[in-house]
Design a binder for this molecule. Structure first.
Ligand code: GLV
Ligand code: MN
Ligand code: MN
Ligand code: MN
Length: 399
């Protein structure tokens, strides 16, 4: 399975993936998903929000057990973030069939649309729409860097966006969603375990900072006469590191847009996006407020205007204890308990947890790197993930 998926959307120079929602590369991975379903004789459907479903059993049946993840990527993403959950889902279903385990409940594999938000700036668009956490109106207002709206992009990809919106009837038929994901850190590497269970997802959000100054000539404008928005931006990046370190949180400026973008021109606008996350809401609020204050002070010193917009926010997610403990029971070995760990990364499972009993499994990542080409999972650990997922599905769907 990996061999047919691996080349799709890979950038030859960086070796990373560029599978952005509703682009050609996304169409290729979606076709791959449909083919995997067909190869297994699974019923295939796309829901009203463009999420893909492959069914063993009745798609209209009650108490469905669902597993999967996403196939889109961040810019120059790794091979595993998302795809590992989809590939292991198909492999776990194969394993169940080999075991002769017959599901008593409908079993589905999903690929949620636009999990990373790399193109339209908002993560987990497909699952947010389905769970009713994003309105059609707000989704229609999303635009990519070229000004193409989300519905237009969907339409160009051959998908009718008019029907998008909450899908409560479908989610009400789901009794459990279990998402397997490559770990995006090194906790399992340190404990020496191939597989872990998620306890929680840190609250996280994205904020857009616009510093507006005065465009002018880089060679002739005296330093004292400048209103250069790059200066407060630079000071804010340092403040973000400082405030995050103080609070044991994280804060990142990973994307920047400079207007007009001439080497020999002082910019008129510097737009930077802050991604910040912390273990709890209060800490996150404190960190972001402090960063904003630092940004305002630096802007005032340079005579530059600042506007800050919160583009998205996802509150803390505590995965339900009942399902989490059930996974722990199923996966416990003679060697002991499976580690339970929180994560700073967002997932469709976090969004769906508001509507459906939800759990996550993590597979060890020896590099600890994610959202970059060095992201990795050893083959043996991927197999351990398949076995763990098959055990969980057997427990949830076949008993
Ligand atoms: C998505 O993976 C995120 O956590 O930003
Ligand atoms: Mn990701
Ligand atoms: Mn992911
Ligand atoms: Mn994610």
């Amino acid at each position: 399975m990996w061999d047919s998926l691996a080349p799709l959307g890979r950038d030859k120079d960086s070796g990373g993936y560029r599978r952005f929602a509703w682009t050609g590369a996304d169409r290729d991975v979606r076709d791959w998903f449909r083919q995997q379903a067909a190869d297994r004789g699974l019923a295939y459907e796309e829901d009203r929000n463009g999420n893909q479903w492959a069914w063993l059993g009745d798609p209209e049946g009650q108490d469905a057990v669902v597993t999967g993840s996403h196939l889109d990527s961040v810019p120059d993403g790794g091979a595993f973030d998302g795809p590992l959950g989809v590939v292991t889902a198909f492999a776990a279903l194969d394993a169940l069939r080999e075991r002769g385990a017959a599901p008593r409940k409908p079993l589905a594999i999903t690929n949620f649309a636009d999990e990373e938000g790399a193109r339209f700036g908002l993560a987990c668009v497909g699952s947010r729409l389905s769970a009713g956490a994003l309105s059609k109106e707000d989704a229609f207002a999303l635009r990519d860097a070229d000004g193409i709206s989300l519905p237009r992009a969907m339409e160009r990809a051959g998908f009718d966006p008019e029907a998008i919106g909450a899908d409560h009837a479908r989610l009400n038929r789901v009794s459990a969603y279990v998402e397997l994901h490559v770990e995006q850190g090194r906790a399992l590497d340190l404990t020496g375990d191939p597989v872990g269970i998620a306890s929680a997802i840190w609250p996280h959000g994205r904020w857009r900072f616009d510093w507006r100054g005065e465009a002018n000539h880089a060679g002739t404008t005296r330093l004292v006469d400048r209103h250069d928005p790059m200066l407060p931006y630079a000071e804010t990046v340092l403040a973000a590191r400082r405030e995050a370190a103080l609070a044991q949180a994280v804060a990142t400026f990973g994307k920047l847009h400079v207007v007009p973008g001439g080497v020999n021109a002082i910019p008129s606008l510097v737009r930077g996006w802050l991604d910040s996350r912390a273990a709890d809401q209060e800490t996150l609020d404190t960190v972001v407020t402090a960063i904003e204050e630092a940004a305002r002070e630096a802007a005032a010193r340079e005579g530059v205007a600042l506007a800050v917009v919160r583009e998205s926010f996802t509150p803390v997610v505590e995965f339900g204890h009942a399902l989490r403990e059930e996974l722990g029971r199923v996966l416990r070995t003679d060697g002991g308990e499976v580690p339970v760990l929180p994560t700073g990364a967002g997932h469709d499972a976090g969004i769906l947890s508001a509507a459906v009993p939800t759990a996550m499994l993590f597979v060890r990542n020896p590099t600890g790197v994610s959202h970059a080409p060095a992201e990795h999972a050893e083959r043996a650990d991927c197999h351990a993930g398949v076995t763990a997922l098959a055990d969980v599905l057997e427990e949830l769907a076949c008993r």
